[in-house]
Every structure is written in structure tokens, then in C-alpha cells.
Design a protein around this ligand. Structure first.
Ligand code: ZN
Length: 248
């Protein structure tokens, strides 16, 4: 899991599959054409570093150098990062416009973002509240409670592995083939967090130490030394400390 050599490969963003066709029939616009012969299938986030850099949380999961940072598998990266972002932006420091926040978070999977409507916001907010309880349990080293909560989520939104043909290659999806947006992301986030816990990474959920912040992050440093959600918070704390020293 931690070696790039054995890292499971995330399904690519290119998809031209019968699943897309099925989705196109049954769910209207579930598949979205993005190019001449390229069809994107909902629920297959791409590992796009540019997107993750726009978000506050763990770009490091995707671009860490081997030996310096812990690498999770790409599927877990996405579910985990989306879970953290949902909690940060819908619960802890709620964005003024939650639907904009959701669109930005789900931009990792353009077909999902394309399907997003304002009607989904309350359901995503409810999911974010549940995920917050899980992440709080992990952050406070209460793995037992986290596991109980995750089992509840997993039983309500079971992961459902299935293969879909994309560009002539079979790729593995972990969520039900035919499901609505929120249940699909519930399954993806729950499975990612369950893998995270089961792989012994639970203690890597941290909360920003900057006064008034408290946003959550995934600490991928080798020795778990991350303290802040962002360089902005880190700089703020450093500047305040420097001012204090100058005064004393
Ligand atoms: Zn912060």
C-alpha cells in the first residue's frame, strides 16, 4: 500500500464504456461527453493534481515523494480527501454558498459536478455531519467509535465493486453502478475511511492548531508532524509568535 510500485491504479478519467451507455439511458445525463470520443462516467474521479492544489487539503497524498511521505492508494486518496473537504467546508467552516463549495469539491469528478443540483446540498450536508463524527473519532484516537460509525455508513451505502470497460480496458469501480450522487459519494467516502482505518492510518487525521481554525487535514508526513491546515495558517501563527518575541 505504501509503495508506489504496488500502488493500485485509479481508473483513469478517460471512459468510453458500456456503463456510460447504460447510465446515459437510465439516468439521463449520467455520462458526459468531454471530447470527440471521450465519455466520462460519474464516480470515477481523476487524479488531477491541479484540482487538488486548489483545495485546502492533501495535495501531498498525490504528489508526495516516496520515502518522504506516506502514500495511500489512489482510490482511498480521493474518498478521504473529499470526506475531509466536505467536513471542513460544509460543517466546520461552512462556505457561504454550500453549493459552490460542493461543485469545487466534486470537480475531482466532472460528471459528478455536472450532476450536482441545489437539491443535493442538504443530503451532502447530512453526510458531512456523519463524516465529521467519524473524523473526530479518528482524530482523538477513538478507533472503536470510528469503526462503529463507519460500519453503519457502510451498511447503509455499501461499496459494490464492479468492472467497467473503459478505452478497451476493464477498470474497477467501488460504488454501486446505478446510484444517485449522494449515495455514491457516501459509499466512496465510507469505504475510503474504512480502508484508511484498517490500514493503520487512523492517527493521521489532524486538526489545524492555528487559533480559530481547527480545519481537519490528513497528515502524510512520515513522523506525523503536520500542525496546520495550510501555509496561510502556519504563517499566521509564525508571525504572531515573532511579534510576541519582539515585544518581550
Ligand atoms: Zn488552519
Amino acid at each position: 500500500m505504501s509503495s508506489s510500485g504496488t500502488r493500485p491504479r485509479w481508473p483513469s478519467s478517460h471512459a468510453a464504456s458500456h456503463t456510460a451507455a447504460i447510465r446515459g439511458r437510465s439516468a439521463g445525463s449520467a455520462a458526459r461527453t468531454t471530447g470527440a470520443d471521450e465519455v466520462r462516467v460519474m464516480g470515477l474521479p481523476s487524479v488531477d493534481k491541479r484540482h487538488w492544489r486548489k483545495l485546502n487539503t492533501p495535495v501531498t497524498l498525490l504528489n508526495g515523494k516516496a520515502g518522504e511521505q506516506v502514500r495511500l492508494d489512489a482510490y482511498a486518496d480521493t474518498g478521504l480527501t473529499v470526506a475531509v473537504e466536505l467536513v471542513n467546508r460544509l460543517v466546520l467552516h461552512p462556505d457561504t454558498d454550500k453549493s459552490v463549495a460542493l461543485a469545487e469539491i466534486l470537480a475531482v469528478d466532472p460528471p459528478s459536478a455536472a450532476h450536482l443540483t441545489d437539491r443535493d446540498t442538504p443530503e451532502f450536508a447530512a453526510l458531512a455531519n456523519e463524516l465529521r463524527l467519524v473524523l473526530d473519532s479518528l482524530r482523538t484516537a477513538d478507533e472503536d467509535h470510528a469503526a462503529v460509525r463507519l460500519n453503519k455508513l457502510l451498511s447503509a451505502h455499501p461499496a459494490h465493486p464492479h468492472l467497467a470497460l473503459e478505452d478497451g480496458r476493464w477498470r474497477l469501480h467501488h460504488h454501486p453502478a446505478e446510484t444517485a450522487l449522494v449515495p455514491m459519494w457516501s459509499a466512496i467516502c465510507a469505504e475510503a475511511l474504512a480502508r484508511f482505518l484498517a490500514n493503520g492510518h487512523a492517527r493521521r487525521i489532524g486538526a489545524c492548531e492555528a487559533p480559530g481554525c481547527g480545519l481537519l487535514f490528513v497528515d502524510t508526513t512520515r513522523n506525523r508532524i503536520r500542525r496546520f491546515c495550510s501555509t496561510a495558517c502556519q504563517d499566521r501563527v509564525k508571525t504572531a509568535a515573532a511579534r510576541r518575541r519582539a515585544r518581550d
